[in-house]
Design a protein around this ligand. Structure first.
Ligand code: NAP
Length: 345
């Protein structure tokens, strides 16, 4: 298949022939299970394969999805992915995604990757934060759908943004683009524990997290590099773990160019998202995690203090949906020329 050829819907077993064949690697993880749930009910695709890690993991069902998807997860098999599916979703740890993604591209299979393996364009940054990724293959597109839909349509590999960068960039990029920000911004972020994946660590174990809030990764979180790449500006990003299973909220503090009004901020955001059905601007009613949990919406609210020239923006998403699986499906919808909400509302 030519790199940018439109995707032809492929044949499937027991499903209408107009459905595109898709598969998920990493289907037993937090994000992967969300992908299986969404894709199993998506009207335009047929899920051919759902895979776990290597041979040692053995075939198994996904009990949480009983009645939604009753298939069997099988161990990772890259040849089978390439043979059976036109689009493969990778919900794998970065190093595995770097290998599998490159192998699938060599087989001319389109890829939607949820990991960070292909997000950073700068070689030095990639070597520092994602050392398993070598040179970036051609046809990789950073897939923030509200901002890069045209490029996503022609992508061979859509590299989905991280969960924290999704919330930060959707809030900040329109203001940066309109030239309204002055100086650096501070992003104070809080995430539920599923953001760290399914294997508990000393930090994410229930007993460590329950009843507590902790900052981590200060000046040392790889999502800083991703936000700065896309924003073209330095940010101070401080993530916190909060005792929730899912959901992410960022309170962002910035200084505005002198003379900027509340109306200027509103107008920049409204212009950016006038045709973006999955971003909800809430104005001075500030977003909450409960309003976006289990949805693919990003809610953005803001307050401006015109007297001091300061802005506070609050941005909230479900890390497993708009921050991972839902955004990946939104990107697939764009690849396939579908309404980007298909299968997501
Ligand atoms: N969690 C989030 O909120 C979130 C948000 C945005 C992006 N992401 C990214 O999405 C990816 C998946 O995240 P997650 O939280 O779903 O992770 P997770 O819960 O730890 O799941 C990892 C999945 O990858 C499989 N796997 C592990 N090592 C593998 C290997 N060497 N080869 C093949 N498969 C392997 C696991 O299979 P087994 O069950 O067999 O171990 C499991 O299915 C990560 O790159 C993460 O950074 C996650």
């Amino acid at each position: 298949m030519a790199p940018n050829a439109p995707l032809a819907p492929g044949p499937t077993t027991g499903t209408p022939t107009t459905r595109t064949r898709v598969a998920v690697a990493g289907a037993t993880g937090f994000a992967g299970q969300e992908l299986v749930r969404l894709l199993a009910r998506h009207p335009s695709v047929a899920l051919t394969d759902a895979m776990s890690s290597g041979a040692a993991s053995g075939p198994r069902p996904l009990p949480a999805l009983r009645g939604i998807w009753d298939g069997t997860v099988v161990p990772l098999d890259v040849d089978r992915l390439a043979e059976n599916a036109a689009i493969v979703f990778l919900a794998l740890p970065e190093a595995a995604a770097a290998d599998v993604g490159a192998a699938l591209l060599q087989r001319d299979t389109r890829v939607v990757d949820l990991s960070g393996a292909f997000r950073l364009r700068d070689d030095a940054g990639r070597q520092r934060w994602y050392p398993a990724t070598g040179a970036l293959p051609s046809g990789v597109v950073y897939g923030l759908p509200e901002r890069h839909a045209d490029a996503i349509r022609a992508a061979r590999l859509v590299s989905c943004p991280g969960c924290y960068p999704t919330a930060a960039l959707l809030a900040l990029a329109p203001l940066a683009e309109a030239g309204l920000l002055e100086g650096g911004v501070v992003i104070d972020a809080k995430s539920g524990i599923s953001g760290a994946g399914k294997a508990p660590t000393d930090r994410t174990h229930f007993c460590a997290n329950h009843g507590s809030v902790a900052a981590y990764g200060v000046f040392a979180h790889r999502h800083t590099a991703e936000i700065e790449q896309e924003l073209g500006a330095t940010v101070t990003f401080v993530p916190h773990l909060v005792p929730l299973d899912r959901g992410l909220l960022e309170t962002i503090y910035g200084s505005l160019r002198p003379g900027t009004t509340d109306a200027d901020v509103s107008e920049a955001l409204q212009r950016a998202y006038a045709a973006a059905p999955l971003v909800r601007l809430t104005g001075s009613d500030l977003p909450e995690i409960k309003h976006v949990a289990y949805t693919n919406f990003c809610d953005i609210g803001w307050r401006v203090d015109e007297a001091t020239g300061r802005v506070v923006i609050v941005s909230a998403i479900d890390n497993l949906l708009k921050g991972a699986a839902g955004q990946a499906v939104q990107n697939m919808n764009i690849l396939l020329g579908l309404d980007e909400r298909t299968g997501l509302l």
